[in-house]
Design a protein around this ligand. Structure first.
Ligand code: ADP
Ligand code: MG
Length: 224
């Protein structure tokens, strides 16, 4: 399998801090990666650059042989919608829509026609079945437990079969038993959808189970 992600000397500076201080790495298509490191070491910043949520101060971020730095804001938005699924510690479901509408939102934003939309809906309903959240679909996010909200969030992230599944502290507010379940779930689903999985965490227990690991310190990669 080929390289899907290649970062070259990536730097991200803020007024007060050097969040990334020259990161070079590559990742293979369809594999699982873990990025760990202390709080403030630059993990989230790295993930946001991979996901096209932000731009580097310096360096190159190649995904599928395209340098994200060269994309316009519109092209970057398209990239995020069609290529990337995000799972964050805190879900970002829209409070004014029920869960099913939240799940179908990425397809609507993509402007899918009837056929593709029907395909997405079927996928989303199947996932809701697998993750035991069928009973949540007609409800609004505030009517769900934290764990249910998070499973809805995971389904939404996978709704368009993303090439990249990027997870930032996905177990940040779960106990260790549920953390293990969620990580296992993310890995299984990423495999099923042939997505490259990148998980960011400061939790050493989660880190144990990943063979591909990057360790960050002060905005730089230290060999794991
Ligand atoms: P981690 O996810 O490993 O905890 P972050 O990537 O969030 O680390 O942050 C790395 C450094 O960059 C920290 O010092 C943080 O304060 C700083 N930083 C992150 N985002 C911003 C921002 N939007 N504005 C200013 N500083 C930021
Ligand atoms: Mg972070």
């Amino acid at each position: 399998m080929g390289i899907i992600i290649k970062l070259m000397n990536v730097k991200k500076f803020y007024k007060q801090s050097r969040a990334l201080n020259g990161v070079t790495l590559s990742m293979n298509e369809g594999e699982e990666y873990l990025i760990r490191g202390a709080s403030g070491s630059g993990k989230s910043t790295l993930l946001y650059l991979l996901g096209g949520l932000d731009r580097p101060t310096e360096g190159e971020v190649h995904v599928n042989q395209k340098n994200l730095v060269d994309l316009s804001d519109e092209e970057l938005a398209l990239y995020r919608n069609r290529y990337v699924g995000f799972v964050f510690q805190f879900h970002f479901l829209l409070p004014s829509m029920n869960c099913l509408d939240n799940l179908l939102l990425p397809a609507r934003l993509a402007g899918f026609g009837a056929l593709e939309s029907a395909e997405v809906k079927e996928r989303v309903l199947n996932l809701a079945n697998t993750l035991h959240v069928n009973h949540c679909l007609e409800k609004f996010p505030y009517e769900l437990s934290g764990g249910e909200q998070q499973r809805i969030n995971i389904i939404r992230a996978l709704s368009l079969k993303p090439k990249l599944l990027l997870c930032d502290e996905p177990t940040g507010n779960l106990d260790s038993e549920n953390s293990k379940i969620v990580i296992q779930l993310l890995r299984t689903l990423a495999r099923e959808f042939h997505s490259t999985l990148v998980v960011v965490t400061h939790d050493p227990v989660i880190a144990e189970s990943f063979s591909n690991q990057f360790l960050m310190k002060d905005g730089m990669l230290v060999l794991a």
